[in-house]
Design a protein around this ligand. Structure first.
Ligand code: PAN
Ligand code: ZN
Length: 213
């Protein structure tokens, strides 16, 4: 089963209570904490080194022991099973790798299904790409809700000077497919720090994967 290995971070010991009875958790809109949470995971630069465009900078940072936490997620105590609605919060640290803003790995869902994002604090962008290669960006500012239709890969980028926090809810059996975007060389557009704010530029990583034409 494809989803089991790549969804390891999202899995946790779900309590019998949470799985079968209504429950309540508290979202802290400033810190992004979900309390109580059923587990958490962290992604450092070394966990997603290939996601960034400037591989020279990545190598230099890691070689000098600079391996920042790019983001942390807190998962609700909900089983990853059909019929359930899984949700989690994510807190992206501010920063860049070269000029490219810190961001999530980004993924498709194995089962093409919708997802709902709620921005809680900070400033960012959500970039989304369909199977057909259509690209859409949406701003993430506090209280913004972004609807991701089935089939759209999604990545979140912190373009601000503080942390970006948001919550996302998705179908329990959606599964997380990171490989499909990775195998194409990532998203077609990247978000860099420009002189006047975030700048969206075509990614050069796709050329690396496709080779010279
Ligand atoms: C989000 C993401 C979360 C971390 O909850 O999983 O922000 O990003 P990556 O999974 O791309 O590392 C979501 O879209 N869940 O489906
Ligand atoms: Zn998702």
């Amino acid at each position: 089963m494809h989803s089991e290995a790549s969804d390891a971070e999202f899995d946790h010991d779900v309590s019998v209570l949470a799985a079968s009875r209504p429950f309540q958790v508290v979202l802290d809109f400033t810190t992004g904490l979900l309390t109580p949470s059923g587990g958490s995971f962290v992604r450092r630069l070394s966990d997603m080194a290939s996601a960034y465009e400037d591989q020279e900078v990545v190598k230099r940072m890691l070689a000098s022991g600079d391996d920042p936490v790019i983001y942390k997620s807190y998962c609700a105590d909900v089983p990853h099973e059909p019929g359930h609605l899984a949700f989690l919060t994510t807190i992206i640290t501010p920063g860049t790798v070269g000029s490219e803003f810190f961001m999530t790995k980004g993924h498709h869902h194995y089962r093409d299904s919708a997802e709902l994002y709620l921005a809680m604090s900070g400033e960012g962008l959500m970039i989304m790409e369909s199977h057909e290669g259509d690209f859409v960006q949406q701003e993430l500012v506090p209280s913004a809700l972004v609807y991701v239709p089935p089939g759209w890969a999604h990545r979140t980028v912190n373009t601000g000077s503080g942390r970006l926090t948001f919550m996302a809810a998705y179908f329990g059996d959606a599964g997380h497919d990171y490989a499909s975007m990775e195998s194409m060389g990532g998203f077609s557009i990247r978000v860099h720090r420009g002189d006047d704010g975030p700048q969206l530029r075509p990614s050069t990583s796709r050329d690396r994967v496709e080779g010279p034409r």
